[in-house]
Design a protein around this ligand. Sequence first.
Ligand SMILES: Nc1ncnc2c1ncn2[C@@H]1O[C@H](COP(=O)(O)OP(=O)(O)O)[C@@H](O)[C@H]1O
Ligand SMILES: Nc1ccn([C@@H]2O[C@H](COP(=O)(O)OP(=O)(O)O)[C@@H](O)[C@H]2O)c(=O)n1
Length: 226
Amino acid sequence: MDNPVIVAIDGPSGTGKSSTSKAVAAKLGLSYLDTGAQYRAITWWMLNNGIDVNDPAAVADTAGKAVVVSGTDPLDPQISVDGVDVTMPIRSQEVTAAVSAVSAVPEVRSRMVEYQRAAAASAAAGIVVEGRDIGTTVLPDATAKIFLTASAAVRAARRSTELNGTVSVAATQEALTRRDAADSGRKTSPLAMAADAVEVDTSELTLDQVVDRVVALVEQKLATVR
Ligand SMILES: Nc1ncnc2c1ncn2[C@@H]1O[C@H](COP(=O)(O)OP(=O)(O)O)[C@@H](O)[C@H]1O
Ligand SMILES: Nc1ccn([C@@H]2O[C@H](COP(=O)(O)OP(=O)(O)O)[C@@H](O)[C@H]2O)c(=O)n1
């Protein structure tokens, strides 16, 4: 039997990682893992349990307590913490504002990376894993590594539309740029493009075009390894 296909899709917020990863996984018959959702889930748990998310020692002390379970179906991705379905609440502004501080704590990362590697190891046909450090740190031997980019203005416009214009494009762009800086500047496995990743700038592409390009890149890689 062929080896499982591992596709790593990294990049900053709003570049299209989730939309692209789900579509690519569905097209290629692979599982799907949203690692950003896992960091959001543990952040939700910290906020819900009154942990000061700006106190790295408090976050580190409690990082092992939350049990995060991620679904890997690209058509119905779900996530729970301690048995509570948090698929919707992890998208709140409160969680979005706190997640970079929580995800910078090494104890949080090592626990999430364990979950992520276990999910990849148990995906029979293979998996598309999206995040910030998948190609560099979590799955450095991935079959194909993609790094999605887009201008900050385009990313902010996409996010603002998603929020039905309830938050202005300018405020969205400021928050997004702040989170990029925190994610790129942290010590432990920052947001970065792997040396062997292929960059796809999605600013001027439709989602379908991005998906086709990523599927073609994966197929090219498979043709060379199989
Ligand atoms: N190529 C694209 N063109 C236009 N809109 C897009 C494109 N890719 C994604 N989107 C939209 O932009 C928003 C952010 O996409 P998402 O996949 O959640 O990005 P990320 O996971 O990188 O944060 C979503 O509303 C999505 O529908
Ligand atoms: N592999 C990953 C994925 C996400 N994250 C963190 O989780 C946050 C939320 O990730 P996300 O993918 O849900 O963010 P969006 O792109 O949806 O805005 C990021 O801003 C990072 O702080 C990370 O540190 N490492």
